[in-house]
Design a binder for this molecule. Sequence first.
Ligand code: FPP
Length: 246
Amino acid sequence: MASPEVENLQAVPAHVAIIMDGNGRWALARGLPRLAGHRAGTENLRRVIEACIEFGIQYLTIYAFSTENWGRPEEEVQGLMKIFEDVIDRELQELHDQGVQMRHIGRLDRLSPEFRQKVLHALEYTKHNTRLILNVAFNYGGRDEIVNAIQCMIRDGLQPEEITVEVVNRYLFTAGVPDPDLIIRTSGELRGSNFLIWQGAYSEWYFPPVYWPDFDKEQLRLALEEYSHRERRYGRVSPVSNTTST
Ligand code: FPP
């Protein structure tokens, strides 16, 4: 059941994806180390997940760590790994109780065996939940995902004429998940940064000028309100202009 705050919206997106940007700048503005920003961002994620459930969003995809983020200073990479591992230890039961199904998109191969085991356990533990599907993009890159899909199609012996949009969809990490309706990037940066580059072909984009730790429930409501006024044409013409022209 959607919350009363969104009842008068014309359309609530089924799938929202978020580039959680600005943790570092949030920390810098307060004279804190960057990892303090990532910790504040993690706290905020919990609040945003709750708000998504309240607003009746079915799928939430979050960009947690990209294939390019390995290039950050070692201390930050290790700090982020520790934060992710701690989140699983601390939050898994709560997420499960809230009916959240965790999924992973990307590759798990560079993780320590213990961390990988924790991730696999979290996916297995929550796999029957249906209230919110939470796709965690971790060690994820859109180009890497497409390369992986092509490699798998070739390995499976697919012939060129068998390769269609639907078949490619089935080979992506997001197989079975509808394309994101709305992609939000916080912090005012206006880039896609290798996130869902195939799936986002017709997504609506929204760029709130706040750092991720400050993107609260009201900010999400504003994003949904803005989305509800967008007209999605998928390359076609508006039904209104269509009517008036005939
Ligand atoms: C971008 O901010 C954020 C990240 C690269 C990491 C995102 C991770 C979290 C929000 C932690 C919570 C996630 C999970 C799955 C527990 P930035 O460092 O690029 O910020 P900046 O552009 O201001 O430097």
